[in-house]
Design a protein around this ligand. Structure first.
Ligand SMILES: *Cc1c(COP(=O)(O)O)cnc(C)c1O
Length: 390
């Protein structure tokens, strides 16, 4: 085996993947059932948000996840915004959030007029580090009659968002403990983790409220779409109201009793989602066998390791992830370019959100792990079709 890390990684990927090129990072898996249901939806005439498809889709998500209340939305970002509004996050609040996430998680906080307060992740899960969070709160938060506040800014800390990175469940037990101890509602950004379970329960259903995304690159897609999940009927009702333009029937008219949002999913997308949800067990199977194949191919790789989640979590393996050793961090761009040059669509992780210009002044904990990791992550092609037995 060659010592050159880029060539080693290239060889391992070639070994794990079918020969066709180019390979995208993630492509949807669509078939005849999707075509049939969308066609049926068009012929029914119910293509917008009214009609039976959205409700059927919401019931199917409820049945799959075990979440009693589900609101389907136009995308995952609007689901996050609706969930935070339903919790009462408002102007001048702060919301604890990992910096290692897609920008939408922080943007949804900003849409509420609130400020993201960035916290670090751990190497075992790539999700929020509950121990570091506890230490950070002890050092920088203060309890008052109106709840929790940031000692330095004086602003209320209104909620904690955790994200299940690349599909791998965060340490929910530890995080729920911290959330309860500090009186913070826990929001799960489960945009990437539909089908992942933590101690037997679906991610997105363990916190006060959870959010899914059905964007084109997620494990299940509706083209664009999202959902809010909660077991609290009042919170579910509040989220539904805010995402449905705050519409209240009043005789033959409607009134709108506050500023709401036109965030409900159209039927065409819901019809596509119904067919996709049916295929989720198959998609999960394909994802897990691809992950196993990568694990075998990278077993001997010196200089990088394939990320694998802890035992108590059952991941959907949405995106397979290679983590370069610390000493190899400066090889990241070269590795990405060598693999892309061979038609293997790998990509580095997001730029940590705290580094983006609009959040440069946002409050933050120590982010050493995030800063170190962000330069060492290579996401590998993970479309379900890449597992031959799909
Ligand atoms: C995909 C994603 C979202 C939501 O994205 P949409 O494109 O708006 O559906 C939110 N958070 C994370 C972590 C995501 O990966």
């Amino acid at each position: 085996m060659t010592n050159d890390l880029a060539l080693q990684i290239l060889a391992a990927c070639r070994h794990a993947l079918p020969p066709a090129r180019p390979l995208a990072l993630h492509e949807p898996s669509l078939g005849d059932d999707e075509r049939r249901l969308v066609d049926e939806c068009i012929r029914s005439g119910w293509i917008s948000t009214a009609g039976p498809y959205v409700e059927r889709f919401e019931r199917a998500i409820a049945a799959y996840t075990g979440s009693p209340h589900v609101v389907a939305t136009v995308n995952g970002t609007s689901a996050l915004h609706g969930a935070l509004l339903a919790l009462g996050v408002s102007r001048n609040d702060e919301v604890l959030v990992p910096s290692l996430t897609f920008v939408a998680t922080a943007n949804a906080i900003a849409y509420c007029g609130a400020t993201p307060h960035f916290v670090d992740v751990d190497l075992a899960t790539l999700g929020v580090d509950h121990r570091a969070l506890e230490d950070h709160l002890q050092a920088s938060a203060i309890r008052s009659a109106s709840g929790l506040a940031n000692r330095r800014t004086g602003q209320r800390i209104a909620a904690l968002i955790v994200m299940h990175t690349f599909g791998h469940p965060a340490n929910l037990e530890g995080l729920l403990e911290v959330a309860v101890r500090w009186g913070l509602p826990l929001v799960e950004d489960a945009a990437e983790s539909l089908g992942s379970t933590y101690r037997g329960r679906q991610t997105g259903t363990l916190g006060r409220i959870g959010v899914l995304s059905f964007n084109g690159n997620k494990i299940v897609t509706t083209g664009g779409g999202g959902a809010i999940l909660t077991s609290d009927p009042e919170l579910g009702h509040r989220a539904r109201h805010l995402c449905t333009t705050a519409r209240v029937p009043a005789g033959v008219r409607f009134i709108h009793d506050e500023i709401g949002y036109n965030y409900r999913l159209p039927s065409l997308n819901a019809a596509l989602g119904l067919a996709q949800l049916e295929r989720l067990p198959q998609l999960l199977h394909a994802k897990r066998s691809l992950a196993a194949r990568y694990a075998a191919s990278f077993a001997e790789c010196a200089g990088a390791r394939l990320f694998s989640p802890p035992e108590d979590a059952h991941s959907n393996h949405w995106l397979n992830t290679l983590i370069l050793d610390q000493a190899q961090a400066d090889r990241l761009d070269e590795i990405v370019s060598v693999l892309n040059g061979d038609g293997i669509g790998v990509r580095p992780a997001w730029t940590p959100v705290h580094e983006l210009a609009m959040y440069a002044e946002a409050p933050r904990a120590n982010l050493d792990v995030t800063n170190g990791l962000a330069r060492r992550i290579v996401n590998l092609p993970s479309s379900p079709a890449l597992a031959s037995n799909e």
